[in-house]
Design a protein around this ligand. Structure first.
Ligand SMILES: Cc1cc2nc3c(=O)[nH]c(=O)nc-3n(C[C@H](O)[C@H](O)[C@H](O)COP(=O)(O)OP(=O)(O)OC[C@H]3O[C@@H](n4cnc5c(N)ncnc54)[C@H](O)[C@@H]3O)c2cc1C
Length: 502
């Protein structure tokens, strides 16, 4: 019934125009919302937005698209992409938020898992798991207003990933509807080719409709810690020794401005906890324009020896003594820590402004040079938001997954999460985009071993370069699972006019 309506709405045939304001059925009339994303840079109106109730609805939409030689289908999670990745110009957008069921299940071996619709937000999963079952997944993103299907199509990285792997390494089973409209339940042991292709697969091989995510007892409390460094060399040495020893449950960090006039990325962005003050006199004379904050966490239960553990683990670190901050919070509070920043950004208008973000995965062997050659000279005035820099371990990523990584075992996520006011209060977005381009040019000309995270390229040769030696595999998988290039057109990897040829 819904597909018949969709069919009628799209009026397949030469010269047919889709009605941009469909009414009735289960179709979503809000095409406008589906024509943009968090990035606010790309824009494309779809022909129709559908709220699928099941994998069969998803398959029906794909079958319908396959009857034309131009229609595409994009799954839209929560639209938090920054370069139009979830858009479908003139095509069908599937609003995956409609698939938001969560159920507790047990694997054959007795492992509790959350069986979740792909449109569930990680924040919803956290609330459900902890409140109803005292359990939670173990790998997160910093911000939880992202869908399960959306982050599993990329990677899902936060401070737990060095130890537990990214979110894509914490999945027991997927239900995927391929670009051939086939519904497949896959796992590491069954149809593993599609399972690993879909993880980090940028939505290219199928639409994830359901994921099974292992759950573990949720820690009761978290000791949240921040310590400050003036030199990148000491910062990265400590960060890398901590991810190697694996004693902390969470290791992240960020660069911030060595000055007090920017509450979002200056000294004041560092202290945590009521009444804690950043003693700027403690910063060594001659420090550069950027300082570095290592952010750590220890999960623990009531009445255990967390103070002693924290003291022992911090003792060998070379941070500026006196510039350490800590706070005791619940597990849910810790994982929801970005909510406050979101409220502030919504209040000051920077949430709705364009966000030309740049996320780079760069080898540990290049990170100090990157700081000296790129960060310090180019970003000494900040970006109005966080500049995350923290290490990850390649061995926690299964090489069968689609995501492209630098070659070295230790690599850093450098996330330039720009939050500026809309122009003319803030800078023109074109200036920020050209600064991103310049940063990447310097990375290339300096010969760094790096890959973009949440990549966005406009041409196939650029994508081929991005995937490197795995490009041929990527194209072969596309030819098998989405031979007509119907899915995720906004990634600009393949198009209906230029489908994959294996
Ligand atoms: C404020 C903010 C904070 C963030 N923090 C982090 C972070 O800490 N760590 C991190 O790793 N990332 C982070 N991200 C990036 C985030 O992972 C991406 O935006 C990701 O795309 C998820 O967003 P989404 O669920 O809205 O997906 P969308 O942006 O809607 O979709 C992303 C891509 O995946 C495809 N897709 C979506 N759902 C499915 C599905 N079910 N099946 C197949 N393909 C699908 C889309 O077609 C699109 O190509 C953050 C983004 C924002 C805006």
């Amino acid at each position: 019934m819904m597909i018949a309506y969709l069919d009628q709405q799209l009026r397949l045939g030469p010269g047919a125009e889709a009605d941009p304001h469909p009414a009735g059925g289960e179709l979503d009339p809000e095409l406008e919302a589906a024509s943009e994303d968090f990035g606010g840079v790309a824009r494309a109106l779809p022909a129709v937005v559908l709220r699928p109730g099941s994998a069969d609805d998803v398959a029906g939409a794909i079958r319908l698209a396959s009857r034309s030689d131009r229609l595409t289908v994009a799954a839209r999670g929560n639209g938090h992409s920054v370069a139009g990745q979830a858009l479908a110009p003139g095509g069908i957008v599937l609003d995956m938020r409609a698939m938001a069921r969560i159920e507790l299940v047990f694997s054959d071996g007795g492992q509790p898992c959350a069986d979740v619709g792909a449109g569930v937000l990680w924040g919803e999963l956290l609330e459900w798991g902890v409140r109803e079952h005292g359990m939670a997944p173990r790998s997160w993103t910093d911000y939880l207003g992202l869908t399960v299907g959306g982050t599993l199509s990329n990677a899902g990285i936060s401070g737990q990933a060095f130890r537990k792997g990214p979110q894509i390494a914490n999945v027991a089973e997927l239900e995927v509807v391929t670009g051939e409209a086939e519904r497949v339940v896959c796992s590491p042991s069954h149809r593993s080719d599609l399972f690993f292709a879909a993880l980090g697969g940028l939505g290219q091989f199928g639409i994830i409709t359901r994921a099974r995510i292992p759950l573990y007892p949720a820690p009761r409390l978290v000791r949240w810690i921040r310590v400050v460094y003036s030199r990148i060399e000491e910062y990265v040495a400590d960060a890398e020794s901590l991810v190697a020893c694996g004693e902390f449950d969470y290791v992240e960090g960020f660069a911030f401005l060595n000055r007090g006039d920017d509450p979002a990325s200056g000294w004041d962005s560092v202290p945590i906890g009521p009444g804690s003050v950043f003693e700027q006199d403690l910063i060594p004379q001659g420090s550069g324009p950027l300082l570095y904050c290592l952010e750590l966490a220890l999960n623990h239960e009531l009445n255990d020896d967390v103070d002693k553990r924290m003291e022992e683990l911090l003792r060998p670190l070379k941070y500026i003594k006196g510039l350490e901050f800590s706070l005791e919070v619940s597990y849910v509070e810790f994982l929801s820590r970005v909510n406050l920043a979101e409220s502030e950004a919504r209040a000051n208008g920077s949430w709705d402004a364009p966000h030309p973000w740049l996320n780079i995965l760069i080898s540990a062997s290049n990170i100090v040079d990157f700081d000296h050659e790129v960060l310090q000279p180019m970003l000494k005035d900040g970006i109005g938001g966080p500049m995350l820099i923290y290490p990850l371990l390649r061995s926690r990523w299964d090489p069968r997954m689609s995501v492209a990584l630098p070659d070295s075992e230790v690599f850093y996520l450098v996330a330039l999460l720009r939050f500026t006011r809309p122009y003319p209060v803030g800078p023109p977005v074109e200036d920020l985009i050209s600064q991103n381009r310049e940063i990447l040019n310097r990375c290339r000309s300096n010969g760094y071993d790096f890959k973009l995270y949440l990549p966005h390229y406009k041409t196939q040769p650029e994508w081929a370069h991005h995937f490197g030696k795995n490009w041929a595999r990527f194209v072969n998988l596309k030819a098998r699972f989405d031979s007509r290039a119907i899915l995720a057109p906004g990634q600009l990897i393949f198009s209906r006019a230029h489908p994959p040829t294996s």
